[in-house]
Design a binder for this molecule. Structure first.
Ligand SMILES: NC(=O)c1ccc[n+]([C@@H]2O[C@H](COP(=O)([O-])OP(=O)(O)OC[C@H]3O[C@@H](n4cnc5c(N)ncnc54)[C@H](O)[C@@H]3O)[C@@H](O)[C@H]2O)c1
Length: 264
């Protein structure tokens, strides 16, 4: 059974992201499609708006029906999707057709407590959404990207995956896994025209942090040399570049967007 329901908006007129014909330098218009998971909120929503402004046809997919319905009108299509459900992911890709740019932004924080208090279900859910969800969508789009010889995938990891945040063991482990997954797949598709990278934001001002204790936010900001939270639009600008023709000699890498917090 397909767990997906569509909230389709009127398709936008096709606007195209231009690129140059490598043979003669003339303008060559290539119309590209993007799928943004977690696209109804926060970083995913900002990315979806940015890629639309870049000229792509953007489909968003999200578990949250309310925010999805609110955002749907701005994009080519909007789909209710649980990224952890591999059957639903396959069905969605079949439904929307070839995806040129995949951005995996769907994610949850998971249990916020010492690791010894984390229960099986909370651990498993964090892994299922953050890691398996990223795997599911990549596996679904890669055959067609490879066949067409062009694709860009950007996975939203986190600085937690590089440094490990206390009381966020499941989240940190899941984001480290996303970084490892990105490294592997980037190597697997390195000669296929399919470029796969991740970004590792520090704390960004999104609904994900709405329920975070102010002391925790202060602690996280205190670790950022720029002394402030990042903005979703700042992450979207980096994702826009990583989704473009401009990226030609970089794959399997995790890009920092942390206001100077990351030291490697
Ligand atoms: N906000 C930050 O400080 C921060 C920092 C580093 C990394 N990140 C990562 O950025 C990504 C986006 O986070 P955000 O801050 O925009 O949070 P957000 O909560 O605003 O957006 C996440 C979206 O993912 C959706 N989602 C959750 N589970 C899903 C599922 N199973 N299937 C489909 N969609 C699902 C939610 O409904 C939500 O719309 C996440 O992967 C997060 O881990 C966020």
């Amino acid at each position: 059974m397909r767990s997906m329901t569509n909230c389709r908006s009127t398709p936008s007129p096709p606007v195209s992201r231009g690129t140059r014909n490598p043979d003669n330098g003339s303008a060559l218009i290539v119309h590209r499609t993007a799928l943004v998971t977690g696209g109804a909120s926060g970083i995913g929503l900002a990315v979806a708006h940015r890629l639309t402004a870049d000229g792509l046809s953007v489909a968003i997919a999200d578990l949250n029906e309310q925010t999805l319905a609110a955002a749907a009108g701005s994009f080519t299509s909007a789909h209710r999707l649980d990224v952890a459900d591999s059957g639903a992911v396959e069905a969605l890709i079949e439904d929307i057709g070839p995806v040129d740019v995949l951005v995996n932004s769907a994610g949850i924080v998971g249990p916020n407590m010492p690791v010894w208090d984390v229960d099986d279900d909370a651990w498993a859910l964090t892994m299922a959404i953050n890691v398996t969800g990223t795997f599911n969508t990549m596996r679904a789009v890669l055959p067609s990207m490879r066949e067409r010889g062009w694709g860009r995938i950007v996975n939203i990891a986190s600085i937690a995956g590089k440094e490990g945040n206390p009381n966020l063991a499941a989240y940190s482990a899941s984001k480290a896994a996303v970084i490892g997954l990105t490294k592997s797949v980037g190597k697997e598709t390195a000669t296929d025209g399919v470029i796969v990278n991740a970004v590792a934001p520090a704390v960004i001002s999104t609904p994900m942090n709405d329920d975070t204790e102010p002391e925790t936010v202060d602690y996280m900001v205190s670790k950022i040399p720029m002394g402030r939270l990042g903005l979703p639009e700042e992450v979207a600008a980096l994702v826009s570049w990583l989704s473009s023709d401009e990226v030609t000699f970089s794959t399997g890498h995790t890009y920092d967007i942390s206001g100077g917090r990351a030291t490697y």
